[in-house]
Each structure stands twice: as C-alpha cells, then as structure tokens.
Design a binder for this molecule. Sequence first.
Ligand code: OAA
Ligand code: MG
Length: 224
Amino acid sequence: MPSLDGGGLVWYSLGSLEVQLLRGGRVSVLNQLFRLNMLSFCTVRVRKRFPLAVRWLGHLCDEHMDRIADGRVLVLAPVFRSYGRRQQFHGPVSTVKVFEDNTLVRKALEEPGAGKVLVVDGGGSLRCALLGGMLGTLACQNLWAGIIVNGCCRDVDEINATDIGVRALASHPLKSNKRGQGERDVPVVVAGCRIQPGDWCYVDNDGIVISVGGEKLHNQRARV
Ligand SMILES: O=C([O-])CC(=O)C(=O)O
Ligand SMILES: [Mg+2]
C-alpha cells in the first residue's frame, strides 16, 4: 500500500524497500545511490524502510513544553486504544462531528486524504461503531494518514491488517445509523481538547498531540 511522507510525497512498499516514482533525474536514497531499471521510461527513488522512531512523541513534548504551557500545543487525555498497522502517524486535521451515524465518515474517507488525519467526534458514544474494516481500507487507499474516533470501531482484525493508523475508544460489533446527519470540518472537543480543521496532529503509542493552527513541530527533513 502506498504511504505519504511528511512532505506529502507518495512511497510504495517493495519488500524492505520503499520506492517513489520520479519524473526523471537523479535517484537518491539517504545513504546509498540506487538506479533501478524496472521500467525504461521512469526513474524511481528507493529508500530502506525506517524502523519506528523511539520516544517520538515524548521527545516532541519535551522540546515544546513552552507551547504546551501556553496552549499552542494540546495533549489529549489518554482514553484511546490503538488499531491498525500504523503505530505512528501525523498530518493536518480534518474533522467530522456525528452521533451514532457514520455516513459523513464514509463521505470524508472517500475523498483524497493527502496525508491528513480524520478526527471523528462521535460524542463518545459506546453504543455502535463509526468505523470498520471497509472504511479502514478506503482510508488507506485514499492516503489518509490515520483516523481518530471519539467513539467505537469494529472489524478490528481487518483494521489491524490494514496500513492505516486508528485510535478509538473501544470496539463494538454494532453498525451505526446511516441517516446522513452531522457536520464536516467544524471545531470539535475530543478527550478534553478543542481540535480544529488545519491543526497538526501527532500520534504514537504514547498518545496524541495537537499543534494548534497547524504549526509543524517535527523536523521537516526527518521522516517521522
Ligand atoms: O459499515 C459500517 O458501518 C462500518 C463497517 O462495518 C466497515 O467499514 O466495514
Ligand atoms: Mg464492516
């Protein structure tokens, strides 16, 4: 499955390598130079898969204590469980506000994700699932970086086999309503924090951090 890096470039998995199609020119990797003759009319950039960064969010928080103190950086309350193959993800936020109805969640995930994180405020309902295996696959295909659900998900085994990052309160086997009610790209309050479209969201196994206004906290050149 393709994935996006912090600069919005698409990488395709090829075993332990990742490949990016270029229009032409030099083929560069971080440490080594490769030139693949897979197709005579295209040039590709190849890089080794990076292991997960260790203590990534912890380091970001340590570095930005001043922003946390004055509210430019928000740390969500630790109420989420982790699903999906992607343990770490980050990107600009898009939001959906719904209640026990996932029509707008599907609609959002049908759009190109372009590396964004979809924050679904489901009002914390624990009575049905707003996300399932099919929507997880859709999100992956449309290059969403991840989905945070203030509510439940289902088809957990399918989601866990998909290259997408998901955080949700719990799993629930029941599907939601399909009435088409809710709001898109409005401010939401999730896990004690007000999250707005365009904020930058960072997620790893330690938690979830929001940079208000979309100011990036990570080194642009590092792949995180
Ligand atoms: O259809 C739903 O409500 C959610 C679901 O099960 C899926 O995405 O596979
Ligand atoms: Mg399903």
